[in-house]
Design a protein. Structure first.
Lengths: 249, 249
DNA sequence: CGACTGATTGACGGGATTCAACAACCGTGG
DNA sequence: CCACGGTTGTTGAATCCCGTCAATCAGTCG
């Protein structure tokens, strides 16, 4: 029953091994399933949040907008994530959560979640760890934007996304759907669209990647890793992929 | 008794109101107090952590170093913080924690902390919230580095630091000790030392700030806020300072 | 006093931005 | 089926913010 929640449960279980009773308690929690469109706003900045969202399919992103209209993407969420956990626990959203692609979400009532957390400490630990891994990723993005050039920044994002998908069991080969437009890549990397465009061409010409619409194929994983100084340590994935490992192995 | 732990307890209590029993349980937890030097490394990248650190006095920072020697500072910690909570809960450090100034820390055994967390859920919530506020701050730094120019980035840091000190009860007037050297400011803002130096001169010449050694005096708070598009919302401080408020009011 | 760290300055170069088009691609509807 | 409008991707030229290199100055401490 409730197999639709499988991606979430599987992720929680990766973060902290759950006992059958934990899983049962989680699955018994009331929730509403909702189909959402690409571009749909799930949580808006400044909103008081009463629900907690689990992402079942599709991709989402959190971003902030400055007064002068500039935008920064803070994180990208993949199926299995709780993209607004921060807002939910702190009770106040300070960035906007929006879908990158059509998808499906599960809505939980915060009161139910709070009860679950006290009754099943393992689940609280799992969720806490999820927020910590998120912190870790944001920190890595900060390093990315602060200390790498355009090639490195974009390469790093491509690596990270591949490995995250892989940890979540959503990537088999070396090609995947990369749900960001060039403008969104720009807003995630602190660059401009124009420069992202040129840098992507650069990477293609160098034979490192191939792109087709929203799909990316990694041709030379080693080089991509080298260009971006990528090491998956910070993702705290269970399978402990070593640097230099290819995502398709 | 154990008044030395006051800064930590007070911060926890701000994040989540604690009952006397919570405070008592916290204070009864065994801990070791340690004086630390400026520059001392508390946790190194890649280390498995068995202790949990509370910062009692002085300032610390977390940073990552890339292969080519470039460095990015991820966060600055002030008294009352648990600067390595992430590493402690995830069990593995992926950045380096180092003192910015001489100070004093409290060392707790992770096993004791884990026990406390299950016995006193309010404390777990408080600590969880602390990690969430940290995430929030790192996200704001990301926006800072990704989407603001040098003036904005440095101004933003000055604002943030002032408000954080204020929330922690460590700032009365409009002047404070800013524990970062220009090189460290550069590593926090994704700039170079040279450019930080020129930008600081710029801010001084414009009559926005005054600096003397490691001390900063904010002359024109309004302008500093405007330059950096600063809004303290993301700090989730208890006193809900509105934008435009001056730190000395 | 020397040695060291941190702050400052100048000249020069380059990676990234800006502005302003244009092309390709998409789903939609006549 | 193709015309059409909107989004996304692509290109070129000029500009600039910031980086690089290298040297000097100022303060601190043993």
């Amino acid at each position: 029953m409730r197999e639709i929640l499988a991606p979430i449960l599987s992720k929680l279980n990766q973060l902290k091994p759950l006992e059958p009773a934990d899983k049962e308690a989680f699955l018994k929690m009331p929730c509403r399933i909702k189909e959402v469109d690409s571009g749909q706003v799930l949580i808006d900045e400044g909103i008081r949040t009463v629900n907690c969202i689990g992402l079942l399919s599709g991709f989402a992103y959190s971003h902030q907008i400055l007064q002068d209209g500039k935008r920064q993407i803070i994180s990208v969420h993949i199926p299995g994530d709780f993209p607004d956990l921060k807002s939910a626990i702190l009770g106040k959203a300070c960035d906007t959560l929006q879908m990158l692609s059509p998808g499906r979400i599960a809505l939980f009532n915060m009161a139910d979640v709070q009860r679950l957390l006290t009754e099943r400490p393992a689940i609280q630990t799992a969720l806490w760890r999820e927020t910590l891994v998120t912190t870790s990723i944001v920190g890595e993005w900060l390093t990315n934007v602060g200390r790498r050039d355009a090639r490195g920044r974009i390469s790093h994002h491509l690596c990270e996304f591949a490995v995250r998908l892989r940890f979540a069991g959503l990537l088999e080969g070396n090609a995947y759907e990369f749900p960001l437009t060039q403008e969104q890549i720009a807003d995630a990397t602190g660059l401009t669209v124009v420069h992202v465009n040129r840098t992507l061409q650069d990477l293609r010409r160098a034979g490192v990647i191939r792109t087709k619409r929203r799909a990316v194929q990694i041709v030379d994983w080693q080089r991509l890793v080298q260009l971006s100084d990528f090491s998956p340590r910070y993702l705290h994935g269970k399978s402990e992929m070593r640097q230099g490992d290819r995502p398709d192995q």
